[in-house]
Design a protein around this ligand. Structure first.
Ligand SMILES: NC(=O)c1ccc[n+]([C@@H]2O[C@H](COP(=O)([O-])OP(=O)(O)OC[C@H]3O[C@@H](n4cnc5c(N)ncnc54)[C@H](OP(=O)(O)O)[C@@H]3O)[C@@H](O)[C@H]2O)c1
Length: 212
């Protein structure tokens, strides 16, 4: 598939390389192409563009920007370029404030997630929350002694979730579909839980698994 990644941070770079590794065509979108010069050198098959070029190029978009900038980045990408497309939302609503004893602060609350805010503004987009509950280093082909980890996803469009499930399977994950966008009220805070061992004891290598 043609994948457009909006962002230039660790998540964007990791997923960009991961999609190339798994045989997809990738464009990375940034406001500052210089930030991706190193990535471009290591990934000569990848393309670079701005947010709008990237959304236009893409059959499937990945949103990997700072949570506070998520809506602005999508506006920059252009509603018309995103309409009808699946957008994997990797973002977390982390506030611009220091964590308390390793617990991050969010700018959302338990009755409204960032995903719901985005879905409400960009009604034509098929958002699927995914990849937000694990660190970038473990996103592609994760290797854990405990076996395949679980990726919790949600979204309102069933075909979009099917596409994302196929990608997650390619990337070595078991997908756990938690339902519609409201489930992001529970999935986004998994990021807070995932980060605590990192902030408290520098342990950043782990993932969640749903046992039955
Ligand atoms: N890091 C992780 O391990 C991890 C894991 C799971 C989920 N997440 C979530 O994934 C997202 C990306 O995380 P990250 O660590 O890779 O990067 P980040 O540092 O959170 O975000 C960097 C990106 O945000 C964009 N950005 C910042 N301010 C902006 C603005 N005002 N308007 C438009 N774009 C703006 C930048 O775009 P330009 O390139 O144009 O400067 C850049 O691409 C975040 O929401 C994060 O919470 C992160």
């Amino acid at each position: 598939m043609k994948i457009g990644i909006i962002g230039s941070g660790d998540v964007a770079k990791t997923l960009g390389s991961g999609f190339l590794k798994h045989g997809h065509d990738v464009m990375m979108g940034t406001r500052e192409p210089g930030k991706l010069a190193g990535w471009a050198k290591q990934n000569p098959k990848g393309h670079l563009g701005n947010f709008a070029d990237t959304a236009k190029f893409a059959e499937l978009v990945v949103l990997s920007v700072k949570g506070t900038a998520a809506a602005a980045a999508l506006r920059g990408a252009g509603v018309a370029n995103l309409a009808g497309k699946t957008v994997i939302d990797t973002t977390n609503p982390i506030a611009d404030a220091a964590p308390t004893n390793g617990v991050l602060k969010f700018f959302t609350n338990l009755d409204e997630s960032l995903l719901e805010q985005l879905q409400r503004e960009f009604t034509e987009v098929h958002f699927v929350k995914a990849f937000n509950s694990v660190g970038a280093a473990c996103m592609v082909d994760p290797q854990f002694k405990g076996g395949k980890p679980s990726m919790f996803i949600c979204g309102n469009d069933a075909p979009a979730k099917k596409t994302v499930t196929t990608i997650l399977t390619e990337f070595g994950w078991e997908t756990e579909d938690m339902g519609t966008v409201e489930a992001a009220r529970a999935i986004e805070p998994l990021c807070m839980l995932w980060c605590i061992p990192g902030f408290v004891r520098s342990d950043w290598v782990h993932a969640f698994k749903l046992l039955r």
